[in-house]
Every structure is written in structure tokens, then in C-alpha cells.
Ligand binder design. Structure first.
Ligand SMILES: C=C(OP(=O)(O)O)C(=O)O
Ligand SMILES: [Mg+2]
Length: 553
């Protein structure tokens, strides 16, 4: 038995065998074929048929939206135009691998040049071509492996599309060697309630089939556990499932103070799960997740459809929608496709929207129309606001377009420090602790090597949160938290003690946070906050608060 550690996402526990995500394939050599065109063509025929069949049967197993995507991919492997292109290249002396690579690449370039919907299919072509080449070379196909038995997926990191398409009946948990707790893999994992531990050094040296216990609440992976350890982990899994089934009410402290628990969502597909978890509304709707692959800006009509659906799901409830947050880890080529040395410090968030104001106006127009036809309480907010002047810019446009409640995200230390002036203009603030931590500690949230700095328990981050909380209380303006910090149950209590009036998180975390809030009064929350602020480091802040929360342990 040995142990690996990383940063746990959520509190889930899982037990099962490892399956590793294969590394991407290298580009096939340009060497001439040694077996001749007839044999190369036969190899291609077999590989294309087997790949199409494999993709189709994966689709049948997945069903729903995934099946549509996979069927469309299977058709690419059957495409006669691509086949004749491959044959021409083979006749000119190429190996099957190289011919497939070049033919698919040529087709991909063509789709990218057409733009729009066709361009969005370009990455699917890459996936299919990699699968065919893998089959030709006798190596495992890249992408999420398939298996008939449930497994724990180990990967360097996952593309958002891979995470979104994970088959949750098969993937028990996710372990990545890269990525911090606020990487988008982690966020999507939370959204899909996948037990995950990220930033695990040594994860890639685990062998397929090795049994592990993944405990996200401690960030510990037990490799080759004993029978006793396995039984204990299974009992914890059962206990959590039973706790999740307990009837749910609004979020509140032990003294009855209402702390609304809201959902972070990235698509309208998550609405039912959020309501089932007892979300009292939406505290952060990440609109950029709707358009991650889009090559051109979404139209008002396209956006209106999404937003109407979202608001219908939360009729009578508060829904906070964030304007497109492009840049750094969430590239949106239609908003900013310039190469930047430091994209996290570049033209992102509201800065990028401002550079293309028509896109911001289209989005707010679509939101305003959807709100007029709904009885949900729509609030809009701007991402990555760093000045008072930017706050005024956004709030003015939102009001002009008929959106009454306009606020800003506090994700940059400058906004936290000037929260009193920002909240004099904005209707509310929502603290994005993921970016606020990244910028306060100067640690890229995407980088596994600095993930230990990405800890929202850091007293410097908490002091900034406290600044915003005090400004909100003085001005009577709501201060929400929508970063992943709100999903850490004990930290959630600290954040309330610092002045947060609502907490928004991935729906999977709501149950654990609700139970924790109910254990403590407001006075206790304030005492926890003071203890955390007095600490020197995130570790000592955590320990100080734990000592107050669990005096006997
Ligand atoms: C909620 C946040 O926004 P995102 O994670 O989407 O950058 C944040 O930065 O905390
Ligand atoms: Mg952010």
C-alpha cells in the first residue's frame, strides 16, 4: 500500500481499478511505404471500418446527446471523399498512417477556413483521425478509454469536451497530474459530481488495473488498499448516499440566518440536477461554456434560446448570469484570439468584451429579452472587473438595455480593495475566489506546479474577501461567493463570517455545505473568520478554524 496526494474536488469517495488516458499520438513519419499501395489500402480499409464500428457502438452505449456526436464522428470514418484522398496519397507512396493523417488534416484546414458550424467539427476530425492512426499503429486510441467495468480515470488533464462527455456509469473518479482546484477540469468535474483529485504528482506512473481508493475530502489516493481500508471506504460511500437522500430546505446557519445556496452552472443541462440538490437559484451561470468551440460570436437569437430555457427552469428564483468571460483558460476566439505571453493578465473578461462592445450589447440584449418573458429574477454581472470606471461602464450599459440588477465579479485584488467605491455603483458583488486567489498569490490556476499556492484559505485572500463583505454590509449590497471556495463546507462558514450573504457552488457540493452551515451560528462564523484572518498561512488558518469547529478532535 502506498499513498499519493493532490487537491480533492468535493467530498466524494470512490474505490476501483485505474485506467490511464493514453498520451496523444506523435505525427506519423513521412517515410515511404515498404509494403506497397495494395497492402496499405487494405490496412486502411480495415482500420476505417473498425474505427467507425467502435465509435458507433460507443454512441449506442452512451445514448442521448453523446450518441448524436459519436454517430457524426463515425460518418467521418466512412466518408468517401476522405477515403479517395487517402488512396491518392497511398498511391503516391505514403504509409497508411501518414496518408490518413494528411487527408484528415487537409479536410480539417478546409473546414476551419469555412468557419462557423463547420469549423466546430474540426476537432472531431482530429479525434477520428487519431483513432484510425492508433488502430493502424496497434497502440491504444487517445481520448477517454472505454471499459466494460467501472474504473478510475487517470490523465495528465482532460479537455473540457472529454470531461463533459464522461460516462458517469463507468468513470468512478478522476485523477489528474496537472491542474489546480480551480482549473476548468476541476470545475466541470464538480458540476458533474465526479469524485476528483487533481494535481497529483506521480499519478501518471500508476499502472492500469491497480486498485485505488480516491478520497476527495482529503485529497488522498490509497494505492493497493487493504481489505479493511476498502470496506471502510465503501461504508463511507454508502453513508454519503444516505445523507444526500435526506429532505432538503434552504441554506441557514444554526441561529436561522438565511444564507441562500445557489448553483454554479455552465449549461442548461444542469438545471434539473441543481434543483434536485436544492439550489435556491443560480449564483453563477458561466455563459462562455455555451460557446467554447464557436468560431464566431453567437447571435442574439441563439443566446435568447439558451437564456430563456435557463430562466424557465428557475421560475420565481434568482438567476445571476455572467457576461462572456473570455481569455486565459477559457479561450473564445471570437472575442480574443491574439497570442498573449500572459493571457491571465491580458485582454480577458470585461476587457475583451469592451474591445468588442457589440458582442456585450448582443448578450445583454438577449438576456433582457429572455428576462422580460420570465418571472425569474435575473441579475447580470461582469467578469474580471479591475476598476471603478469599468464597473460604471458595465452597469450603465446593462441599465440602458433594461437590466435592472447589474453587478460585478470581484476577482482581482484591486476590486476587493476598492469594494466600497465599486459597490457604491454596482448593485451587488460576487467574489470569484478562483481568480482572486490566482491574482493574490500570483499563481497560475492552471499550473500543477504552483497548485499549493492556489488555496483560498490563504489569509491574504480572506482579508480581501472581508473587505468586500464589510463594504457590502455598510452599503446594504449583497455579496455572494461563486468561486470554488464556497464549495468547501468549513470555508463556506468562514466566508459567511467575513460577510458573504449567499454562496454559489456546483450543485454536487450544496448538500455538504448546507449540513455544515446548519451546525454553526453567525457569532461562531465571525469567530472562525477572525481566527482564519489571524493565521499566517492557509494551513494554519484551516487548523485554527478546525480547532474551533471540532474542539474535541
Ligand atoms: C467563479 C470564478 O470564475 P471562473 O472560475 O469561471 O473564472 C472565479 O474566478 O472564482
Ligand atoms: Mg474567474
Amino acid at each position: 500500500m502506498s499513498v499519493l496526494t493532490g487537491v480533492g474536488i468535493g467530498r466524494g469517495v470512490a474505490v476501483g481499478p485505474i485506467l490511464r488516458m493514453p498520451e496523444p499520438l506523435p505525427e506519423p513519419d513521412t517515410i515511404a511505404s515498404t509494403i506497397g499501395p495494395d497492402s496499405e489500402r487494405e490496412r486502411v480499409t480495415n482500420a476505417l471500418a473498425a474505427t467507425a464500428e467502435d465509435i458507433r457502438s460507443r454512441g449506442e452505449r452512451a445514448g442521448g446527446k453523446a450518441q448524436e456526436v459519436l454517430d457524426a464522428q463515425a460518418m467521418m470514418a466512412d466518408d468517401p471523399t476522405l477515403r479517395s484522398d487517402i488512396d491518392v496519397r497511398i498511391d503516391n507512396g505514403a504509409t497508411a498512417e501518414r496518408a490518413v493523417f494528411e487527408a484528415f488534416n487537409g479536410f480539417k484546414e478546409m473546414l476551419l477556413a469555412i468557419g462557423g458550424y463547420m469549423a466546430e467539427r474540426a476537432t472531431d476530425l482530429d479525434d477520428v483521425s487519431q483513432r484510425i492512426i492508433a488502430r493502424l499503429s496497434g497502440v491504444p486510441a487517445p481520448g477517454v478509454p472505454t471499459s466494460d467495468v467501472p474504473f478510475v480515470l487517470v490523465a495528465r488533464d482532460l479537455a473540457p469536451a472529454d470531461t463533459a462527455l464522461l460516462d458517469l456509469d463507468r468513470v468512478l473518479a478522476l485523477i489528474t497530474s496537472d491542474g489546480g482546484p480551480t482549473s476548468h477540469t476541476a470545475i466541470l468535474a464538480r458540476e458533474k459530481s465526479i469524485t476528483a483529485v487533481v494535481g497529483v504528482v506521480g499519478a501518471l506512473s500508476l499502472d492500469d488495473g491497480t486498485n485505488v481508493i480516491v478520497d476527495a475530502s482529503t485529497g488522498i489516493i490509497t494505492v493497493g488498499p487493504s481489505v479493511d481500508q476498502t470496506e471502510k471506504a465503501k461504508a463511507t460511500i454508502l453513508e454519503r448516499a444516505q445523507r444526500a437522500a435526506v429532505p432538503i430546505g434552504p441554506g441557514a446557519l444554526a441561529d436561522g440566518t438565511h444564507i441562500p445556496l445557489l448553483a454554479n452552472l455552465g449549461s442548461v443541462d444542469g438545471v434539473d440536477a441543481a434543483l434536485a440538490a436544492g439550489a435556491e437559484g443560480v449564483g453563477l451561470f458561466r455563459t462562455e461554456f455555451l460557446f467554447l468551440d464557436a468560431k464566431s460570436a453567437p447571435t442574439v437569437a441563439q443566446q435568447y434560446t439558451h437564456y430563456s430555457k435557463l430562466l424557465r427552469g428557475f421560475s420565481g428564483k434568482k438567476v445571476v448570469v455572467r457576461a462572456l468571460d473570455a481569455g486565459a483558460d477559457k479561450p473564445l476566439s471570437f472575442l480574443n484570439d491574439a497570442h498573449e505571453e500572459n493571457p491571465a493578465l491580458g485582454l480577458r473578461g470585461l476587457r475583451a468584451l469592451r474591445a468588442s462592445e457589440h458582442i456585450l450589447r448582443d448578450q445583454l440584449t438577449a438576456l433582457s429579452r429572455a428576462a422580460q418573458e420570465s418571472d425569474a429574477d435575473l441579475w447580470v454581472m461582469a467578469p474580471m472587473v479591475s476598476t471603478v470606471e469599468e464597473t460604471k461602464y458595465f452597469v450603465d450599459i446593462a441599465h440602458e438595455l433594461g437590466l435592472a440588477t447589474a453587478g460585478v465579479m470581484v476577482e482581482v485584488p484591486s476590486s476587493a480593495l476598492l469594494a466600497d467605491r465599486i459597490l457604491a455603483i454596482a448593485g451587488f458583488a460576487s467574489i470569484g475566489t478562483n481568480d482572486l486567489t490566482q491574482y493574490t498569490l500570483a499563481a497560475d490556476r492552471m499550473l500543477g506546479t504552483v497548485s499549493s499556492f492556489q488555496d483560498p484559505w490563504h489569509p491574504a485572500v480572506l482579508r480581501l474577501v472581508g473587505e468586500v463583505g464589510s463594504a457590502g454590509a455598510a452599503l446594504g449590497k449583497p455579496v455572494g461567493i461563486c468561486g470554488e471556495a464556497a464549495a468547501d463546507p468549513l470555508l463556506a462558514v468562514v466566508l459567511v463570517g467575513l460577510g458573504a450573504t449567499s454562496l454559489s457552488m456546483s450543485p454536487a457540493a450544496i448538500g455538504d455545505v448546507r449540513s455544515e452551515l446548519a451546525r454553526f451560528t453567525r457569532d461562531q462564523a465571525v469567530a472562525f473568520a477572525q481566527a482564519a484572518l489571524a493565521a499566517d498561512s492557509p494551513q494554519s488558518a484551516r487548523e485554527a478554524v478546525r480547532a474551533l469547529a471540532e474542539p474535541g478532535s
